[in-house]
Write a protein that binds this ligand. Structure first.
Ligand code: TPP
Ligand code: MG
Length: 697
């Protein structure tokens, strides 16, 4: 974990720092090969900055696309799918990346024979080798090198050549660094003596590249043995001093707080005659901790407060205050940076309502989106859109129709079928200033990209304490369709894994356009799930489509009612509307609320306000039972304090516990429909007034 490096890319106000006058390192993560997807975008950015003449002014991000992306990966991690997907994508994109594979023959204890065919990554990468040709005319493919880790001059030569070619011609390179050794075990409990032979360990000692490099310096008269020993001693001292300084600055505020806590505990002990001895013991235990942390103090305070709960005194009150302020301060410290709090946070984008006039035309849903994307591409030169079939075809549902022709293939482009690296392409581009809209063709296939969303994108700002950001917009479509695939709505799986990404679930394409307009102004990542069966439904085009912006976290009351609050989103909104009309005919007045965004969820607690009026609630969606309906229920009952306002048990109605079954009937019996929503509402009402609402079945 101590090897997770990164450099600062944005300042405290969220402004990009200049990237061309320094080396930049995108924040590392622990899953092996998970760095690969984002490197696709980091490398591709150089291609776009070089080839798109309109971007010449963005010189704080690029100097004519001369930047190379350096990627490193261990030998065993090349067995991961992400590695192969990224290597292929980088090759296809002709992107200047240099991929180093450090080969120590093992992945922790598992040797290469269990990692890759032929036990040799160099041998199996040969198919990626470019056809010999002058670099200027070269078609896609890599330069592939092999070099031992202990041979310093050979490493210099190899990397210089690879870098020159990559920088000048945007030809990527794969460098297989052999004979790497493992100076330490993987962890304190995984010492390599347990799985390596004596001969192997001797071989590693002999070929240790640090020892070899030292000898190289001596042999080439760069420094003498004595000088190097002196340098090493000095270095040790410097590092030890830095360690001490860092530790002291970390411990300073904690020790200060422990001191205050100890004083308060002494005061409490003095004021509490019966618990004096026990409180003093708590205090003594706290102050005797050699390297305390804040939670040691929190725990001591808690014990003392429990002991004295029946004896309120002034000194106890002081301790309560100390406890509250510590908790608030620590929670704020650890929760900070999940989202942007800059002036450009999408939550601060000023909403603009859609305006309609008599002349507002009625279009198909996809045409509304098509116009919205056209407007965004026209006003935002760093916006790029890509995905499977997005370029030439204009996406499978036509929202990008004609836009590649209009804006060129550098801005609207096709990708291979490679969801993880489509997402990674977006992250890398966003890290270098672009505003990507990455399309994942169907919600079901977002799962291929979910690891990258969960482990990399969603926590990027948080794990760098606000020093890096990637405002990626992920566009996908899903929910209702008929059949086992292209029809799922696994929203809970998604929203529970990507805290740190906003999630919008617009009910139609106009609402979707409103969210895209907001998100492209913001600096946070977001996912927008469009309703798959809505592209060919008619919608009225707002007169102010380009300006229209929807706020995140603000539900919309689509139908006012006094008997029951029906909370839903996305594709079930239309079905809920039908059910509400039918319920009105039997005297049940439903208040229908479209939550619009799942993350954030109803920031102003509109839903609990509705409950105060109706005192009954039903949550509906197409996710699994206990999925997003349960999430919404927890938000409303627990966070918003909805429970005391209820006169009936709260209920959820979701899809069945399996994938949607085939055909119209399969869909009907797998997901909520107008009848099942009607029945769920009717049952709640019947329970409260059986005479007025006699059984239907
Ligand atoms: C996805 C994932 N699986 C497992 C691990 C646990 N793990 C950490 S390092 C490692 C071995 C990596 O070997 P290699 O890629 O050869 O790199 P090396 O440490 O040998 O340089 C494993 C399995 C992980 N971090 N991520
Ligand atoms: Mg290894």
């Amino acid at each position: 974990m101590t090897g997770h490096f990164s450099t600062q890319l944005i300042d405290a106000d969220g402004n990009w720092l200049k990237q061309t006058d320094r080396y930049n390192s995108s924040a590392d993560i622990a899953p092996t090969a998970a760095q690969m997807p984002r490197s696709v975008g980091l490398a591709l950015a150089s291609v776009l900055y070089r080839k798109n003449a309109e971007l010449k002014g963005f010189d704080s991000f690029s100097n004519n696309g001369n930047e190379i992306t350096w990627i490193s990966i261990g030998n065993a991690s090349t067995a991961e799918g992400h590695f192969w997907e990224a290597v292929n994508a980088i090759g296809v994109l002709h992107a200047p990346a240099i991929i180093s594979i450090y080969d120590d023959g093992y992945g922790i204890s598992v040797p290469n024979e269990f990692q890759m065919v032929k036990e040799n990554i160099y041998a199996i990468l040969q198919g990626f080798q470019r056809v010999p040709c002058p670099a200027e005319q070269c078609d896609r493919g890599y330069d592939i090198y092999q070099v031992p880790a202990w041979d310093y001059p050979a490493l210099l030569r190899t990397y210089q050549e690879a870098a020159d070619t990559a920088r000048k011609y945007h030809i990527p390179a794969l460098v297989h660094v052999t004979d790497a050794t493992q100076p330490q075990g993987h962890s304190t409990s995984g010492s390599q003596e347990r799985y390596k032979s004596k001969e192997r360990l001797e071989w590693e000692y002999d070929l240790d590249c640090l020892r070899r490099f030292r000898q190289y310096l001596i042999d080439n008269n760069v420094a003498t043995d004595e000088q190097l020993s002196e340098f090493e001693a000095e270095d040790k001292k410097t590092v030890e001093q830095a360690r001490k300084k860092a530790w002291e600055s970390f411990q300073g505020p904690i020790k200060e707080f422990v001191k205050t806590t100890s004083q308060r505990l002494s005061e409490l002990a003095a004021s509490a005659s019966t618990q004096k001895v026990e409180i003093e013991a708590i205090n003594n235990r706290l102050v005797s901790i050699q390297d305390p942390i804040f939670s040691d103090a929190a725990s001591a305070i808690h014990q003392a407060l429990v002991l004295t709960k029946d004896h309120p005194t002034e000194s106890r009150k002081a301790l309560v205050n100390l406890s509250t302020s510590l908790e608030t301060e620590r929670q704020a410290y650890y929760n900070k940076f999940l989202f942007s709090d800059s002036a450009r946070s999408p939550l601060k984008v000023k909403p603009v309502e859609a305006k309609y006039s008599e002349g507002s035309p009625t279009l198909m849903g996809f045409e509304v989106l098509n116009k919205a994307f056209d407007e965004i591409l026209a006003r935002q030169p760093l916006m790029v859109a890509f995905g499977e079939d997005v370029g030439h075809l204009g996406d499978v549902n036509q929202a990008f129709r004609g836009l590649q022709e209009k804006y060129g293939p550098l801005r609207v482009s096709d990708t291979g079928i490679r969801e993880a690296t489509i997402l990674g392409q977006a992250i890398g581009l966003a890290l270098r200033g672009f505003r990507p809209i990455a399309e994942i063709q169907y919600l079901d296939y977002l799962l291929y990209a979910l690891q990258t969303m969960a482990d990399d994108l969603s926590n990027l700002r948080w794990r760098t304490a606000g020093r890096q950001q990637a405002p990626v917009i992920i566009r996908t479509r899903g929910h209702r369709l008929e059949g086992i695939f292209h029809s799922g709505s696994p929203m809970a799986g998604i929203i529970n894994l990507i805290r740190g990404i906003h999630v919008a679930v617009p009910r139609n394409m106009t609402q979707a356009a409103g969210f895209y307009n907001t998100l492209i102004e913001g600096d946070d990542p977001a996912l927008v799930v469009e309703v798959l069966n809505g592209y060919r439904l008619k919608e009225r085009l707002p007169d102010n489509l380009a300006e229209f912006k929807l706020p995140l976290g603000v539900p919309e009351v689509l139908r006012e009612g006094k008997d029951l609050t029906l909370v839903t989103y996305g594709a079930t909104v239309r079905i809920a509307q039908q059910a509400a009309e039918r319920l009105a005919q039997v005297g049940i007045d439903v208040e229908l609320i479209d939550v619009q965004t799942l993350l954030p969820f109803d920031l102003n607690h509109m839903i609990v306000d509705s409950l105060k009026k109706t005192s009954r609630v039903l949550f509906v969606d197409e996710d699994m039972p206990g999925g997003t309906t349960a999430y919404m229920m927890q938000e409303v009952l627990e966070k918003q304090g909805g429970y005391p306002w209820l006169d009936s048990a709260p209920r959820t109605l979701s899809a069945a516990n399996h994938r949607p079954a085939y055909g119209t009937d399969g869909d009907y019996y797998s997901k909520p429909n107008a009848e099942s929503i009607f029945n769920a509402v009717y049952e709640i009402m019947r329970e409260s007034d059986p005479n007025r609402f006699p059984a239907i079945l």
